[in-house]
Design a binder for this molecule. Structure first.
Ligand SMILES: [Cu+2]
Length: 129
């Protein structure tokens, strides 16, 4: 019984850590591997800090591009689509910006990377609480 309790406690701790981890999306954009991290998981209404780490095919941090964020909530009954743009600025080896979600629900996020011979983007959806 005691052993079972320990196993259950260990499982609970592992599960809690998995959920406590920040929101993270990993995608490929043209020549770049892009890792997007939000400081809150799930994201919340109001300010959320976004960090974008970009690596080239050799795994080296890319720091000579421009990064911007588009985020939108599609139109809902009685409510037009809401679209916002925010810059992400280079800090150390990563790009950082803020997304301010104006209401809870499903949002579409697009991260644009300009440079390296073109514009590349990744998209993901997130449920804001
Ligand atoms: Cu809405």
């Amino acid at each position: 019984m005691k052993r079972l309790t320990i196993v259950l406690l260990a499982l609970l701790v592992m599960t809690t850590q998995a959920y406590a981890k920040g929101y993270e999306v990993n995608k490929q954009a043209g020549p770049y591997s892009v890792k997007v991290m939000l400081d809150k998981n799930p994201p919340v209404v109001g300010d959320n800090t976004v960090t974008v780490a970009i690596k080239d095919a050799a795994g080296k941090a890319v720091t000579n591009v421009k990064v911007s964020l588009n985020y939108e909530m599609p139109a809902m009954p009685g409510m037009p689509a809401m679209r916002y743009t925010a810059p992400a600025t280079l800090r150390a080896q990563v790009y950082s910006g803020k997304m301010n979600f104006s209401m809870p629900g499903a949002w579409n996020v697009k991260v644009n990377i300009m440079g390296g011979g073109g514009t590349y983007s990744i998209k993901f959806n997130t449920d804001v609480q």
